[in-house]
Design a protein around this ligand. Structure first.
Ligand SMILES: *Cc1c(COP(=O)(O)O)cnc(C)c1O
Length: 428
């Protein structure tokens, strides 16, 4: 495949945009090479500016669960656009999507819409702190909750629980309030609580992790976090930005049968437009401005174009509940097919799959947390990524990202993908 125009566009972009991209993973740093620039997308396919067709396994990192440019969603956006694109005043649409979300998601009474998953998580933590009158939070190494300061924290040297900034610009002061646990390791969380029994406002977690590849929670882990939160008076925040409306209409809470106190959303909830949301029971949400003292706001929050895209997407999901089973089936089919091929070749690997999330790590060791995800062979991943891209299959350009399947993918697309995989395997 040729990428001349993509290449030229990337060079031009780098002159005026840092790294040529508006979100770092798009720059292909961890796989090398140059990013592919998109011309348009329809259904399961991306069409790049050089005329290549790629089967898309990212679905815009999740939102395009129905496939790209879904007719009903596009029409709804177009109709709304004619009526104006932003008012800075309330609309009935906001209530309509809020009613739908509240009816679909367990254990919530109210929802506030924002513009991104980052904002949702950042606001959820502020709300948890305001509600509990405590300052510290616990997050897990390898979980991503957006780019707000409190989350850009890595394990520091010395005491296991003491965080350190993992980006310049994040202050030590912020870092000291973010404590770290290890995913799937309840004892690591218990140790943090024992050290700070009265100071933890909340645990925030991806109930199925998708930002270190896909890592499902081991049986009892989320239940154990729920118990610890109750025991120590902390809130449990499920970051469902990836899992919400993907693992099912009620997200991970429903699918895994564990209730969170606050849930955050993004990606699918916006149907491909910039939307995030956070939700909780009334007793917690009433702390939020203008009802309560915890401040949160947004000029474009509840934007009518974004709300109609999200509402239409959620309505289509609700009307086609079998879609989730279908999507899980396709993911299983891809997983099983790839597993057979890679086993024949005898390459050490781990597949992790949950619902329509899937990832492949090149390692012998089970991948259950950030440390084990880091042990995988990234050189082989690079070859895999580019090998598949060359053959018309677009995978996440990092071993630390999950695949997100969409409903437009056909059995033929999956067969094509497996052929590409088999073909790549011959080259190594
Ligand atoms: C994508 C993501 C976010 C951040 O959402 P943005 O819309 O990119 O700000 C937060 N949490 C999780 C789990 C995510 O996958």
């Amino acid at each position: 495949m040729l990428y001349q125009r993509s290449s030229a566009l990337f060079e031009a972009a780098k002159k005026v945009i840092p790294g040529g991209v508006n979100s770092p993973v798009r720059a292909f740093k961890s796989v090398g090479g140059k990013p592919v620039f998109v011309e348009k997308a329809k259904g399961a396919y991306l069409h790049d500016v050089d005329g290549n067709r790629l089967i898309d396994y990212i679905s815009s990192w999740g939102p395009m669960i129905l496939g790209h440019a879904k007719e009903e969603v596009i029409n709804a956006i177009a109709q709304q656009a004619k009526k104006g694109t932003s008012y800075g005043m309330p609309t009935a649409l906001e209530t309509e999507i809020a009613e739908l979300v509240v009816s679909l998601v367990p254990n919530i009474d109210k929802v506030r819409f924002v513009n991104s998953g980052t904002e949702a998580c950042m606001s959820a933590v502020r709300l948890a702190r305001g509600y509990t009158h405590r300052e510290k939070i616990i997050k897990f190494a390898g979980c991503y909750h957006g780019h707000s300061d409190a989350f850009l924290i890595q394990a520091g040297s010395g005491a296991i629980t003491f965080g350190a900034p993992n980006s310049p610009g994040v202050t030590q002061g912020t870092a000291k309030d973010t404590l770290l646990g290890d995913y799937n390791d309840l004892a690591s969380v218990e140790a943090v609580f024992q050290q700070y029994p009265d100071e933890v406002a909340a645990i925030i977690i991806e109930p199925v992790a998708g930002n270190m590849g896909c890592i499902p929670p081991e049986p009892g882990f989320l239940e154990g976090l729920r118990t610890l939160c109750d025991q120590y008076g902390a809130l449990l925040i499920f970051d469902e930005v990836m899992t919400g409306f993907r693992l099912g209409l009620g997200g991970a809470q429903e699918r895994l049968g564990v209730n969170a106190d606050i849930a955050t959303y993004g990606k699918v909830v916006g149907g491909g437009l910039p939307v995030g949301a956070f939700a909780a029971r009334t007793e917690i949400m009433q702390e939020l401005a203008p009802d309560g003292p915890v401040y949160q706001a947004g000029t474009l929050s509840g934007n009518p174009l974004a709300m109609i895209a999200g509402l239409t997407t959620l309505q289509l999901l609700q009307a086609n509940k079998e879609l989730f089973t279908r999507l899980d089936g396709k993911t299983l089919q891809l997983h099983e097919g790839m597993k057979t091929l890679i086993n024949e070749k005898g390459i050490p690997h781990q597949f992790n799959r949950f619902g329509s999330m899937l990832s492949l790590h090149f390692t012998e060791e089970k991948v259950t947390d950030f440390a084990s995800a880091c042990h995988a062979d990234n050189e082989l991943f690079k070859s895999y990524f580019h090998g598949m891209l060359e053959r018309g299959v677009y995978l996440p350009p990092s071993a630390f990202e999950s695949y997100f399947l969409n409903d437009a993918l056909t059995a033929e697309d999956i067969a094509f993908t497996l052929e590409a995989f088999q073909d790549w395997l011959k080259t190594i």
